[in-house]
Design a protein around this ligand. Structure first.
Ligand code: UT7
Length: 331
């Protein structure tokens, strides 16, 4: 049986053109630039046009990742898309994207693990590519049109989110011990519902006139609870991942966390004793883009030379479910 590793051969991202600033939001709901910046670290977010679908965002990011990897659509053997905002409930966003990109008729499916979705997708694709016998290359995408789930009258959530897509091309290589080395992914459904959820539109509460008038198709969140829980769980999972790989925090050249809130990221860095100069942050200009947040940040961190060949990179995320996890990469 073939062994080896799974490397990230190319990355790409897409942020819609339209920018919504904190000042814009202050004219829509009872909030202020000062409140949003000091409580979240966010100054602006990108918002897709009404006609732009989530698969449109994913398409641009995927093309860019293929170009970066110097590969063609035909070279891809597997497509995994992390999203909680697919174009439709059915078909999957991945099936739509398979056709848009002109991939061969390869296995294509969605994963919904909210903001941890990209790390879940990365893990599933890595395991499928692992021995190189069945699949050689995968396209792994995190794409969200969060603006389609936002209640623009709810100041506690509408200031947080943005739209984006990020993509990675994964490839099996015969070289040992490089690329995606390890991951720990977790879920605990006993927190839900209540901490982060969209009450209606599923089989529990299908759409009715009442669900629409009661604004039940929008995202609801207990931000304070999520804040405390996320810092604790992300800190623990990073420590577990490092220990399992006989590494310490001193070995981390770059931490790329889910971009939800700068205070969460700072508390996390403090709790694991990592200095902020080794933590990549872009949420000031993107807001929280759920499963797109890590692949977009990764693409930007790579362009900004935040890590070099041989460096250890840790990705960490948390989100609705609850779901959370961390991934260890040797670049
Ligand atoms: O990717 C996973 C998804 N979600 C998250 O990661 C969110 C995690 N949580 C957070 O980021 C923070 O909890 C928030 C940014 C959502 C909220 O910050 P906080 O420091 O936890 O504020 P809070 O919820 O405790 O609210 C403090 C006050 C409240 O007023 P009172 O009750 O103290 O009078 C809120 O009503 O701030 C008020 N408030 C606002 N004020 C102005 C809530 N939202 C706003 C707003 N503008 N947009």
């Amino acid at each position: 049986m073939q062994q080896g590793s799974v490397i990230i051969r190319g990355v790409g991202s897409y942020l819609p053109r339209k920018i919504l600033t904190n000042h814009d939001l202050a004219s829509m709901v009872d909030t202020s630039d000062e409140w949003i910046r000091t409580r979240t670290g966010i100054s602006q977010r990108h918002i897709a046009d009404a006609h732009e679908t989530c698969s449109d965002l994913a398409y641009v990011a995927a093309k860019s990742a293929l170009e970066n990897a110097q590969l063609k659509a035909q070279d891809i053997d597997l497509l995994v898309v992390a999203t909680m905002t697919p174009d439709m409930i059915c078909p999957s966003l991945a099936a739509i994207l398979q056709a848009k990109l002109g991939l061969r008729k390869v296995m294509s499916f969605d994963i919904n693990a909210a903001c941890s979705g990209f790390l879940y997708a990365l893990e599933v694709a890595t395991r499928l590519l692992q021995n190189g016998n069945f699949y050689k290359r995968a396209l792994v995408i995190g794409a969200e049109k969060m603006s389609s789930l936002i209640d623009w009258e709810d100041r506690s959530t509408c200031v947080l989110f943005g739209d984006a897509a990020g993509a990675s091309v994964l490839e099996h290589t015969s070289t040992e011990q490089v690329g995606i080395l390890d991951a720990i992914l977790r879920a605990d459904g006993s927190f839900s519902p209540g901490i982060l959820y969209i009450p209606a539109g599923g089989s529990l509460h299908p759409a009715t006139t009442d669900t629409v008038t009661q604004r039940q198709h929008f995202i609801k969140m207990n931000g304070r609870e999520l804040f405390k829980t996320s810092v604790r769980l992300m800190g623990k999972v990073i420590e577990e991942l490092l220990e399992r790989n006989h590494l310490t925090k001193a070995d981390i050249a770059c931490l790329i966390p889910h971009q939800a809130n700068l205070r969460i990221i700072q508390s996390l860095a403090q709790s694991i004793g990592l200095s902020m100069d080794r933590v990549f942050c872009n949420l000031e200009v993107t807001g929280n883009t759920s499963s797109a947040s890590i692949p977009v940040a990764f693409t930007q961190a790579k362009s900004a030379h935040y890590f070099r060949s041989g460096d250890y990179i840790v990705l960490v995320a948390f989100g609705g479910g609850l779901t959370w996890g961390a991934t260890l990469i040797k670049w």
